[in-house]
Structure formats: C-alpha cells, structure tokens
Design a protein around this ligand. Structure first.
Ligand SMILES: NC(=O)c1ccc[n+]([C@@H]2O[C@H](COP(=O)([O-])OP(=O)(O)OC[C@H]3O[C@@H](n4cnc5c(N)ncnc54)[C@H](OP(=O)(O)O)[C@@H]3O)[C@@H](O)[C@H]2O)c1
Length: 210
C-alpha cells in the first residue's frame, strides 16, 4: 500500500472461468463476505451503476445510511443520472461523482458532490489519494465487473483480489472477466485465504505483489 493511498480490495463474484456476468451469483453470500473489510468507501464504475438504475427507479430507498461507507462512482463520460436514488438506497452514507476534465457538462441543478481528477479519464491514483486525505478513507472496496478492477491493477493501485468462485461456467454469456477485457499484468500473488464455503462456493483471497 502506497503511503498516500488507502488499502484497495476488489471483491468479485465469478464463474470458474473468471467471468463476472452470465451466471446467477449468490448475492447474499457475496455481501456477507464483503462485510469482511468494513470499507470506508465503495468504489464502483458507471457501467456497474447503469445496470442498477432501473431497480433504483422502481424501488425508492429509505435514505442515506449514516454509518455506511461513502459511494464513489467513476463516471468519466457523465452517463450516470440516478444520483438521488443511489444516495437514498440505504447502503451508503453519501455519494461522490468522479469525473475528468473531459466529462461532458453536468446539469446545473444536479444534487451530488463531485471530484474532478484527470484530463481524458478519471485519474484513479489522484482519486484514491483524495479519498484518503479529504474523506479519511483507509479502506476501499471495489465493486466492478472487471473494467475498473483491471484499470486499478494496471495502475498498480490494487492491494487485494478477492474472488467468490461459483460452481458454474458462464460460457458464451461470460463476456467480462474480473480483470477486465485486456490481459492483466503478469506477476505473483500472495495467497491470503482459500476457503470452501459449501454449496460449491470457494472464496479465494490474494495480496497483489507490487
Ligand atoms: N460479479 C460481480 O461481482 C460484479 C460486480 C459488479 C458489476 N458486475 C457486472 O459487471 C458489469 C459491469 O462491469 P464493467 O466491467 O463493464 O464495468 P465497471 O466495472 O463498472 O467499470 C467501468 C468503469 O471503469 C472506468 N474505467 C475503466 N478503465 C479506466 C481507466 N483506465 N481509467 C479510469 N477509469 C476507467 C470507466 O470509466 P468511464 O466512465 O470513463 O467509461 C467506467 O466508469 C455489469 O453487468 C454488472 O452487473 C458484476
């Protein structure tokens, strides 16, 4: 962990071939394990949030969870719109929109704090440093279908990989992998845990060697 960065863990539900989509994850077990890190901030990407927007719209939440983590959403292209729904979902204490200087202009009446970092894309290193310095964030849990996790891996910003492996193959429906679309950077990993959880689920945890 770099001195100015929080501890960053990507916890992901995968099929045996490492796909993050194309199968039915055990959502309750996934979130039960996610509580392991008691993160100060959840870092996610626009594509992950966009898949949740219809549900947010259909079921208004109870409001912010005061003691919950901060939700920080990488939205370099300004595609996310349901900021109020996210804030009120009852899972986070607040929401922070992460943009770059190339992000299209936002509506003037938009009601969400934002952090602008980076020219063309959101500068993930700068975001993590600001989360630590300005928001007191020590631990970040990444919730990603792979693109964001891959970007963090390539930038040397990921400390831990946590995979909840499901006993299935996603096959042709598995078009996203936990490390993104490009091959991950090669290198060794330190194993932290290897646990059979029953029902064919296996939990693997690795520290990423820097
Ligand atoms: N199995 C699981 O545990 C799990 C967890 C979460 C989501 N999912 C599923 O995965 C799918 C979405 O995953 P995804 O991999 O497509 O998207 P994602 O993880 O949400 O990542 C996309 C985000 O990463 C940003 N990004 C990518 N590369 C970057 C870089 N180099 N620098 C800065 N930002 C970068 C993108 O920026 P821009 O905004 O600039 O495009 C975008 O906001 C959905 O189907 C969702 O349901 C599965």
């Amino acid at each position: 962990m770099a001195p100015d960065q929080p501890y960053v863990v990507a916890h992901t539900a995968v099929s045996v071939e490492g796909s993050t989509v194309g199968f039915h994850p055990d959502v309750s077990r996934f979130y039960e394990l996610a509580a392991t890190w008691a993160e100060d901030a959840t870092l996610t990407g626009a594509d992950t949030i966009l898949t949740q927007e219809p549900a947010l719209e259909a079921a208004p939440g109870p409001g912010p969870l005061t003691e919950g983590p901060l939700l920080a959403v990488v939205d370099g292209r300004g595609r996310v719109s349901r900021w109020d729904g996210l804030r009120d979902a009852g899972r986070w204490s607040g929401v922070l929109a992460l943009h770059s200087r190339a992000t299209p202009p936002r509506p003037a009446d938009r009601n969400v704090p934002e952090l602008v970092a980076g020219d063309e894309r959101v500068d993930l290193a700068a975001v993590l440093a600001t989360l630590r310095e300005d928001h007191g964030v020590e631990t970040v849990r990444v919730d990603s279908g792979g693109q964001l996790t891959g970007a963090l891996l390539h930038a040397g910003l990921l400390d831990e990989v946590s995979l909840l492996v499901h006993p299935c193959l996603a096959g042709a429906d598995g078009d996203r992998f936990w490390y993104g679309t490009a091959p991950p950077p090669g290198g060794g990993l330190y194993q932290l845990a290897n646990e059979a959880l029953g029902d064919g689920l296996v939990w693997l945890r690795y520290l990423v060697k820097r």
